[in-house]
Write a protein that binds this ligand. Structure first.
Ligand code: TRH
Length: 378
């Protein structure tokens, strides 16, 4: 008997997920967790997101998402109520994002019936330890869930890691994107001119920000700097003040402040710009999918661990030399003038970004890998 193609496609069962997230600082913890929740929900799964501070979802995901229920991180009273609720069931999969430590009383609920698959979703890195550690078991030695197993799931840039979040409808959304219409609807202080080069800025406080503004002011083409709300906006205000530059820029540079966007519109921003200055984790991944030139402001760590992390990323993606130099100076690893953002330089970086985008698109995305991983462990 011949099997129809649909009979050959493995069927992924619809699962229930409990995803736990603590907001340490900035927006990446919640940003990554929300993308994962939304991606799972779009694939038909049901998700409860337990988060200690959901306030940023008001702008990141104002419409919410069908099949995702957002819950406050459960305190002792809430956990007691769950324990008393005969109808409450722990999900099939429990994700502890970025080692956020599940409440002990929740762990106790996990071992009342068949224990769920317990996954610790880690931070993204291109360092060698990622492939070595991805998928490893961590026997739980203490607490009410003692004797069970927690699994480490590491996102990464190579096929032997957990991959990158990339929802199935992303290519269709990108193909349907109308750049001109989106830009003309932006609530800006001044409409964007046809010949303006667009640079988005989402950063912490790079010490060389004044140098960048000076370079753009003196550039040979008009540049619009689109500044993200929050820390980037405050950093630009401090830099213009230090330079004695009007807050809206001068010379060839015009600075426009952006509102807080939804994650969907934040993607649009990255697709629309000629250069994206991004930071953290999720915006970096989204810049990779945009396929436009980008510079990464890496989350700085006190022990300077971010230096190795940055170098591993540059190596993994075979980054062009001038872009590595820009990264070293932008991230304060080296002193010196930022390389000039000439048309030729940006063109070369664009070619490289497109190559990287294609290479990474050929790898299985994180959610698909997580689903296969969970299927193996169940
Ligand atoms: O905010 P971040 O700096 O987050 C960082 C990183 O996650 C870092 O690894 C972690 O250690 C630290 O937090 C605690 O950058 P990131 O990861 O890019 O997250 C920003 C999120 O905010 C991302 O999901 C995009 C979203 N965003 C919007 O949706 N709209 C906006 O207007 C802006 C500016 C951001």
């Amino acid at each position: 008997m011949k099997l129809s193609p649909s009979a050959l496609t493995p069927v992924t069962p619809t699962l229930n997920w409990d995803i736990f997230c603590r907001v340490i600082d900035n927006h990446g913890d919640l940003g990554v967790c929300w993308r994962l929740c939304a991606d799972l929900a779009q694939r038909g799964h049901h998700v409860r997101l337990w988060v200690d501070d959901a306030s940023a979802l008001a702008w990141m995901a104002p419409q919410g998402c069908a099949r995702v229920a957002v819950h406050a991180w459960p305190d002792a009273a809430a956990l007691h109520a769950l324990a008393q609720d005969a109808a409450f069931q722990v999900a099939d999969v429990v994700v502890e994002a970025f080692g956020c430590e599940l409440p002990e009383a929740f762990q106790a609920l996990m071992v009342q019936g068949t224990p769920p698959i317990w996954v610790n979703l880690e931070y993204l890195s291109a360092e060698d330890f990622v492939a070595r550690s991805h998928g490893l078991a961590s026997p739980v030695m203490h607490g009410p869930a003692r004797g069970t197993t927690k699994w480490f799931f590491f996102p990464g840039f190579t096929p032997d890691t957990g991959g990158l979040l990339r929802e199935p409808n992303l290519p269709a959304r990108q193909a349907a994107f109308d750049r001109r219409a989106w830009l003309s609807a932006l609530p800006l202080d001044k409409p964007i001119g046809q010949n303006e080069r667009l640079i988005s800025l989402f950063c912490y406080e790079p010490p060389t920000l004044p140098d960048l503004l000076t370079q753009l002011r003196q550039g040979d083409a008009p540049t619009r700097l689109l500044v993200a709300a929050g820390r980037p906006s405050a950093a630009v205000a401090a830099a213009t003040q230090a330079l004695n530059m009007p807050s809206q820029g001068s010379g060839q540079l015009h600075i426009s402040q952006l509102p807080y966007f939804s994650q969907t519109d934040f993607d649009h921003l990255l697709w629309a710009c000629d250069l994206n200055l991004v930071r953290g984790e999720d915006s970096l991944v989204r810049a990779l999918w945009a396929g436009q030139p980008f510079v990464w402001h890496i989350y700085p760590q006190d022990d300077l661990a971010h230096h190795d992390k940055l170098h591993a990323f540059e190596k993994a993606l075979d980054m062009p030399m001038a872009l590595r130099t820009f990264h070293a100076i932008w991230n304060d690893l080296e002193a010196g003038p930022l390389p000039a953002l000439s048309r030729t330089t940006l063109g070369a970086w664009r070619d490289w970004s497109r190559q990287v985008q294609r290479r990474l698109q050929s790898h299985t995305d994180l959610t698909s890998q997580l689903l296969s991983f969970v299927a193996q462990k169940r």
